[in-house]
Ligand binder design. Sequence first.
Ligand code: F6P
Length: 351
Amino acid sequence: MRIGILTGGGDCPGLNAVIRAVTKSLIRQCGAEVIGIEDGFFGLMDASPRTRVLDWRSVSGIAHRGGTILGTSNKSNPLRSPADTERTLANARALALDGLVVIGGDGTMSIAHGLAAHGLRSVGVPKTIDNDIVGCERSFGFDTAVATATEGLMRIETTAMSHSRVMIVETMGRHAGWIALEAGLAAAADIILLPEIDYSIEAVVRVCRTREAKQHYTVICVGEGAKARGADLTVQNTVPGSHDPIRLGGVAHVLREQLQPHLKSEVRATVLGHVQRGGQPTPFDRVLATRFGHHAAQLVAAGRFGEMVTLQGGALCTVPMARVADQQRTIAADDPLLVTAREIGVSLGEA
Ligand code: F6P
């Protein structure tokens, strides 16, 4: 058996632990040959495919490393044109691949699902710091991102306190507020603004003013996809060729301008950005990534292509890739964590 493995979309702490677990499991359980494909689907689309054999040694000692040893891309899409699709399929045939293990988000799953219709089969492994994959309650990388964002918020708090400022900290997460909600709660932020709840500027001002009079400082955690009622998303830039070309970012600065005229204290904004995606995975993410990788190899061994490994109720299971493609799991209005935040007095910017 010859199986290709690739990482697609934005990188995420824990990818190397998946690559290691898939490779070692396939070698040990099936005597399979594992071919690493470089830079996501780009490595399979190129006129001469960019691949390397992954053996036991080449995946040893990488579980703790951030990023991906294979490289990744969020611009490669073999379905963009018939010529790209045909070249990708021809390369897969030339490499004698029996199937792929694709590690990625909803965009990667969508591409893999599309290629399956042309006969190139895949097993999926969900990856994203955003924790927004449908049918997956916890994706690896999220725990690391939350830990980093929490540390950022707590560092900001001490300086907010010293200067009696209102400090806004923006987290990643696209249209889902999971990172903002968990990091905000972990760091005891005073206000948490989420993409799922359009905030009222008046409500945020009110909380800041009350705190100006008592505690003298305020920490606001805002997810990059949040927006004021009636306002638009804050788009940082668009990336042509990307499966999802919109890149969010900068709402912290927008919020700063909305708040400053109404407050006596100085308002400052910090965008945490890619520090949330880089660096070593937490032990939790290493273990989850290893479990996902091992399970994906078992699916390959059982010929269960078209499925994506997932975590539900704390247990590993699978969902059809088709169900995951191009969708996002956002925070429901009755999510217990959201309810908890509200009921312990955290402002969610609601009127
Ligand atoms: O999906 C992961 C993520 O880090 C999002 O949280 C963020 O909006 C986006 O990727 C940033 O993408 P890029 O690295 O292309 O700017």
